[in-house]
Design a binder for this molecule. Structure first.
Ligand SMILES: C[S@@+](CC[C@H](N)C(=O)[O-])C[C@H]1O[C@@H](n2cnc3c(N)ncnc32)[C@H](O)[C@@H]1O
Length: 256
């Protein structure tokens, strides 16, 4: 078994430093303002290195993040320590699996960002993750997540990609080799990374496989029905365009 977000986590922020987390956080705020304007307490499922949580805390929300990866949690805690005391007080993290974690308090919003739900590849996994969201929401609370969107993934199928990033003495080349399987709506992305630390003069090779499920609106509606969510909205991540054959990343909102 390959550990997902093991060693890989060490280079997560470097690999995604071009991702506009501020734009993400602003978009999340706009969705919360539209659909749950009184919301203050947010549960983040799969909080990664904690950047969304920190940005939302700066905007006045209190956020509890859970993640299974010790490496990701360590980075999230380190980031928390860099925040102004008043913001840091509103952010907490704990180790937990989004399929089973139970926290003894209700939340106004359960959110899961940057495809964490696509990591829940089996029907059992996704049902369990949605149940976690449902269980923690007070009545009327908002569930918000983004995922790979089936119609677009099948239209513009994933292909081999190379990413090349540098930070000081560190350079990372990552080759992503996807393979699709028609039976289960899953794309298996095999990552091979070459990390060069010019100071140490060594090259490290890391391999990880991430299994990603793409979802269709009909199955999200079915799951929402089954698990006690009203369907609220769906749209392209960041633009809010109607989901279509060219919207790879789509968000869904449900109301508890
Ligand atoms: C692509 S990262 C996204 C992290 C963060 N939300 C962000 O936007 O940067 C996926 C994250 O989901 C976490 N994850 C995946 N499956 C999980 C599970 N079943 N329970 C908890 N965390 C999970 C991984 O450890 C990783 O940190």
């Amino acid at each position: 078994v390959t550990l997902t977000f093991g060693t890989y986590a060490r280079y997560y922020d470097l690999l995604y430093r071009d991702k506009d987390y501020s734009a993400d956080a602003a978009f999340v705020r706009s969705l919360i303002e539209r659909h749950a304007p009184a919301a203050r307490r947010v549960l983040e499922l799969g909080s990664g290195t904690g950047l969304h949580a920190s940005l939302l805390a700066s905007a006045g929300f209190s956020v509890h993040g859970v993640d299974t990866s010790d490496e990701q949690l360590e980075r999230a805690q380190a980031r928390r320590r860099t925040l102004p005391e008043s913001d840091a007080r509103r952010v907490t993290f704990s180790k937990g699996d989004v399929r089973s974690v139970r926290i003894a308090e209700p939340f106004d919003v359960a959110m899961s960002l940057f495809h964490v739900m696509s990591y829940q590849t089996s029907n059992e996994d996704i049902r369990a993750a949605f149940t976690t969201a449902r269980t923690h929401l007070r009545p009327g609370g908002l569930f918000l997540f983004d995922c790979w969107f089936g119609p677009a993934v099948l239209t513009d199928r994933p292909s081999i990609r190379v990413k090349d990033v540098h930070d000081g003495p560190l350079s990372v080349v990552r080759i992503a080799r996807p393979s699709m399987s028609a039976a289960d709506n899953v794309c298996e992305v095999h990552y091979r990374m070459f990390v060069r630390d010019r100071a140490a003069g060594a090259v490290e090779e890391i391999e990880e496989t991430h299994r990603m499920r793409y979802f269709f609106e009909t199955e999200i509606r079915l799951l929402f029905d089954q698990l006690g969510f009203d369907f609220v909205a769906a749209g392209e991540w960041l633009t809010d365009r109607a989901p279509g054959f060219d919207t790879w990343s789509v968000y869904f909102c449900g109301r508890a």
